[in-house]
Ligand binder design. Structure first.
Ligand SMILES: C[S@@+](CC[C@H](N)C(=O)[O-])C[C@H]1O[C@@H](n2cnc3c(N)ncnc32)[C@H](O)[C@@H]1O
Length: 305
């Protein structure tokens, strides 16, 4: 539910039949506005199709529309101090540990890297965007060290205090992770092929479709192997489940962020559409690995698994 695959697939087909799809773009600004426009047209078209289908499709579409929000998470509120924001990402880090999410993400990323490291002598370079507390970057480096895999990890976030805290933790744990202050959709011009893998977890919904498209397009320029985006699966169950799980920590703004986030999770077809606009290709997959949606965009010509 809330994925609306039948109406969504029909809506996509209707958009494609209008011609010139995927659209060409000349600059990141153009990519951003084009993507926002197409995703909004897709949602309008999906509404029309759901109306024609009627019954359960229309009811689900209406529910999806009621739940959808563009509210900003407390975590991104410009009025919140960095120390208060840090409390929220640390709460998320505790939840990720409790739900055993890091080992799942690490296994996914390492299996992708192991596939391409065969025969390579150099270190594989991973850039994590919007890394928050740095929990994933640290877990990845720790596991790579344990397995003796040559991997260097760079974490990044837009909040300076997160970057400082991440670097402190990396030093304390003696892990080869370096955290940098980066805006995920306005990266500096790293030399072409600077990274093997770019990853972003549990944050896709913090960005507009246009900003996500920019991230993927930047990754295509600077990354050799793949872009991996991991986020919650858009569903009724998670719209209740995420805030419920978050409320266990008794931090009201964290529970509220859980609710806002689950209402903003992208459906698989939206992620699919955004990746196609950003790359002009279909070298990507979006899969459900409950309770997650995983978008993998390949830049090395290999078909994502
Ligand atoms: C839900 S948290 C996820 C943090 C981490 N990935 C995790 O799974 O615990 C979203 C993160 O996105 C970061 N963020 C928001 N806007 C950003 C931007 N423009 N560039 C980089 N990071 C950003 C926030 O600071 C926050 O750390």
């Amino acid at each position: 539910m809330l994925q609306l695959k039948k109406a969504g697939s029909q809506a996509l087909e209707n958009l494609r039949s209008e011609g010139s799809f995927p659209p060409s773009w000349q600059s990141m600004e153009e990519l951003e506005t084009t993507t926002n426009d197409i995703v909004s047209r897709y949602l309008d078209e999906r509404f029309k199709v759901s109306r024609e289908l009627g019954g359960g499709s229309l009811l689900t579409e209406l529910l999806d529309r009621v739940l959808r929000t563009s509210d900003t998470e407390c975590m991104d509120d410009t009025k919140l101090s960095e120390a208060e924001k840090l409390e929220l990402v640390l709460a998320l880090d505790r939840q990720n540990h409790k739900m055993q999410l890091y080992p799942r993400y690490v296994e996914l990323l390492l299996s992708l890297l192991e596939e391409v490291t065969t025969g390579e002598q150099r270190k594989m370079r991973v850039l994590e965007l919007a890394s928050g507390s740095g929990g994933l970057a640290l877990a990845l480096a720790e596991e790579a060290l344990r397995k003796n895999l040559p991997i260097s990890v760079t974490g990044s976030d837009i909040v300076p205090k997160f970057v400082e805290a991440g670097n402190r933790q990396a030093a304390a744990k003696q892990l080869p992770v370096n955290f940098q202050l980066l805006n995920a959709f306005n990266l500096p011009l790293f030399p072409e092929g600077s990274f093997d893998l770019m990853v972003i977890s549990q944050s896709l919904h913090h960005f507009t479709p246009g900003q996500l498209a920019i991230m993927i397009a930047q990754a295509a320029q600077q990354t050799k192997t793949a872009f991996v985006g991991i986020d919650g699966y858009r569903s009724i169950l998670l719209t209740g489940g995420v805030p419920l799980m978050a409320s266990i920590q008794c931090i009201p703004s964290f529970a509220l962020d859980g609710l806002i986030s689950a209402r903003k999770f992208y459906s698989e077809l939206e992620l699919d559409l955004i990746a196609e606009i950003a790359t002009g290709k279909r070298d990507h997959t979006v899969i459900c690995d409950w309770p997650l949606s995983i978008l993998t965009v390949r830049f090395d010509g290999r078909r994502p698994n």
